[in-house]
Design a protein around this ligand. Structure first.
Ligand SMILES: C[S@@+](CC[C@H](N)C(=O)[O-])C[C@H]1O[C@@H](n2cnc3c(N)ncnc32)[C@H](O)[C@@H]1O
Length: 448
């Protein structure tokens, strides 16, 4: 697929899909299904109102040399929402508003009149219509609005001014280039607590912008003065990529005001494992990054859980792609510079507990004064591939080794050492075991 895919209703033309876009679609649909299932399904009554924006939606369908055709992000989003709703099986209603934006009229026309109807979604494709499914549980009501305009304009003129704090907003931003989304818009979206962004970009386009006279466009759009300033020509390709990735994450944290940033690298394998004739690729270059911006650690956890359960390494070989594993800026910077992505199997408990142990020891978060278990997870969640059970395994292990102790409030509100081996609570205190009470005046920060 070229950088600029094109759909035309008249000659039924649609672009050819490539391996990376397929992998990207898998990430998107798996995440959205889990995102809906988790937020709508949580607690006694989860979140019931969502707005899902596909800011660069395209025409919907692709040509695929393996299976004939391949669905694009709009239908995948709708189907993932429906699966998440069914999996959650709750008996209250779910309300979903889809907003699909593309600046090309041809693409929206193709999506409305060819792609959506061919997947049984013709009712939703009629602008203004609402579709309600009444299932075995609460009903699902969906509405869909199309905009044939630039994402920035719709975001600034329509979405941001009418933001409704009762709804949860998810943005898929999958532009063709760099200039189509501004940091100002990203920051405004992130300023709302109930929002998430999944942003995709091709590393080469930043390199090009960074290296050429167009640098000022990058600076203007992304407020990137002071970033990407290293003389990266001296680096090996892989170091260059790492440098770019880390700078991007730094930029999204600082200027985009994203509290949690999580990335997926989509890297072409040097030799495709499945292709009949092995395709030589130019080294292990990262082509795409998917970057997930959120305000809550739970979102990062859903991200990690989504792909550990799905055993993402299957995709790795299937799509001639490896390594959209779970990395964050610090994780890469501190621990991972020379660890190849294809060495990582997130099902590997030892690996995940090991990474976590190293991180927690280095960070000195567990000291004599103690830290809340919830804070321990919140402060480290982005920086490792570890899931909840890995945290529990590590805490248990450190406790068994006599390194730490865990204190839990009893029903009288007093903290007591607990012997629980799992299901730690957010307000449990994890502290280094005080072998000897050497200082009579010592007081923990929890007053115990
Ligand atoms: C990479 S394609 C999107 C593919 C789609 N997300 C998918 O996964 O099937 C990018 C789309 O964004 C549209 N586009 C480019 N610049 C845009 C802008 N500034 N605002 C809205 N759409 C734009 C293009 O017309 C193209 O259809």
């Amino acid at each position: 697929m070229s950088n600029k895919p094109s759909w035309s209703k008249n000659d039924q033309g649609k672009p050819r899909i490539d391996a990376h876009t397929k992998a990207k679609h898998k990430v998107i649909e798996t995440y959205i299904e889990n995102f809906i299932c988790t937020l709508y399904g949580k607690g006694r009554k989860g979140i019931t109102d969502f707005t899902i924006v596909d800011g660069f939606c395209g025409g919907g369908d692709y040509l695929d040399s393996e299976s004939g055709s391949w669905r694009g992000s709009p239908t995948r989003i709708i189907e993932a929402v429906r699966s998440g709703y069914e999996r959650a099986s709750r008996n209250y209603n779910l309300d979903i508003e889809y907003i699909f934006i593309d600046e090309q009229k041809n693409h929206i026309d193709y999506l409305k009149s060819i792609s959506l109807p061919s997947h049984g979604l013709e009712k939703l494709a009629c602008t203004g219509s609402e579709v309600t499914q009444i299932g075995d549980f609460g009903s699902l009501t969906e509405s869909l609005t199309f905009y044939e305009q630039e994402f920035e304009k719709i975001a600034q003129d329509i979405i941001l001014p009418s933001w409704n704090d009762k709804r949860f907003y998810f943005f898929l931003l999958d532009p063709c280039g760099w200039t189509d989304v501004t940091m100002n818009t990203i920051r405004q979206i992130n300023s709302h607590k109930k929002s998430e962004i999944l942003f995709t970009y091709m590393i080469d386009s930043i390199r090009r912008f960074g290296l050429t006279k167009q640098r000022d466009i990058l600076d203007r759009t992304f407020e990137a003065q002071g970033y990407f300033s290293e003389k990266f020509k001296d680096y090996e390709v892989e170091h260059e990529q790492q440098y770019f990735r880390n700078e991007i994450i730094r930029l999204f944290r600082d200027k985009g005001k994203a509290k949690f940033v999580f990335t997926f690298a989509l890297i072409s394998d040097s030799i495709s494992k499945l292709a009949q004739k092995p395709i030589k690729r130019d080294s292990n270059r990262v082509l795409y990054y998917l970057i997930h911006l959120s305000n809550h650690e739970r979102a990062v956890e859903v991200m990690k859980e989504s792909f550990s359960r799905e055993k993402n390494l299957i995709y790795q070989y299937y799509f001639e792609v490896y390594g959209y594993a779970f990395r964050s800026s610090e994780f890469y910077q501190r621990d991972q510079l020379d660890l190849r992505l294809d060495n990582i199997n997130v099902d590997d408990n030892d690996f995940c507990v090991g990474i976590l142990a190293k991180q927690i020891v280095n960070s000195k978060l567990i000291d004599d004064k103690g830290i809340l278990y919830g804070d321990l997870r919140r402060l480290t969640v982005e920086k490792n591939p570890s899931l909840k059970n890995h945290y529990e395994l590590l805490i248990c292990q450190l406790r068994d080794e006599g390194e730490i102790e865990i204190l839990r409030k009893n029903k009288f509100g007093k903290y007591q050492i607990t012997t629980a081996r799992q299901k730690y609570k957010k307000d449990d205190i994890v502290q280094r075991r005080r072998k000897y009470q050497t200082n009579l005046f010592f007081k923990s920060k929890f007053g115990i």
